[in-house]
Design a protein around this ligand. Sequence first.
Ligand code: CP
Ligand code: NVA
Length: 306
Amino acid sequence: MKRDLLTLRDLTVEEIHYLLARARHLKEDWRAGKLEPSLNRKVLGMIFVKPSTRTRVSFEAAMYRLGGQCIFMTEKDSQISRKEPLADMARVLSRYVDAIAVRTFAHDDVEELARFASVPVINGLTDLFHPCQILADLMTIEEKRGSLENLKVAWIGDGNNVAHSWINAAALLGFTLSLACPEGYLPDSAILGRAQSEVPGKILLTQNPRGAAASADVLYTDVWASMGQEEEADARMKVFRGYQINRELLASASPDALVLHCLPAHRGEEITEEVLEGPQSVVFDEAENRLHIQMALLEWLLCGKK
Ligand code: CP
Ligand code: NVA
């Protein structure tokens, strides 16, 4: 039966660890110039309704590096712009391609595509979740720290799609996640409540960034206004002012804390230039790992475990 990745909850803990290990292996093969063309003749269809640099290019590069091909469409290029039902799109595309990666607004839309597609559907970001990003983040943390054991992650900023995927990751893997989010910009209460009930005491919500950052192993942030929220950017700038990862906040974390950001970053807003470019920041390794985890994910969804 085909598998989808719409949220991290589509994976078991064992599958997450498999993907992390496989991505590490593929990264070594890639560095050694020894990647096998395991996706030879496979085709990934991509429907991106929102812009993207990392997600698009890492998926495309992953397919090409493993011997496959991609067909990329924006909303404009496809009949979605003329209201072709997603259920029809899904069934038609399934006749042409081996998997579909989607970036869009409504999470319901990827669910609808997945329901009707007979090939795997991968969520490349919706308003609610960004699961592929967190897989690359976990890979980066494991690589830098050696393990995900006894991990404490602090999320500073908006309770957004990336935060929701971190919440799911904490519920599945059982690490400690402290979210510092301003009133009115908290994570979705159903997503948070479900996760908190699964791992009591592990997922904490505060309005105090210093409290969340205290002794954290990872400080994580994201833009204050996500794609589609451009008109709220000025209002959000005021609300989020105290929720910046800067030298002072970093000083309250563990001395060897890692700083992660999914990128793109707005320097001087959610993170200072000094911290983003500083020695504790691993944002470019994190961005690189999007490629490796995407290779592992595509290989697993299209060909099974190696
Ligand atoms: N982090 C991330 O998803 O970046 P893009 O929007 O460039 O894909
Ligand atoms: N929260 C951001 C993530 C970008 C990768 C957005 O949705 O725009």
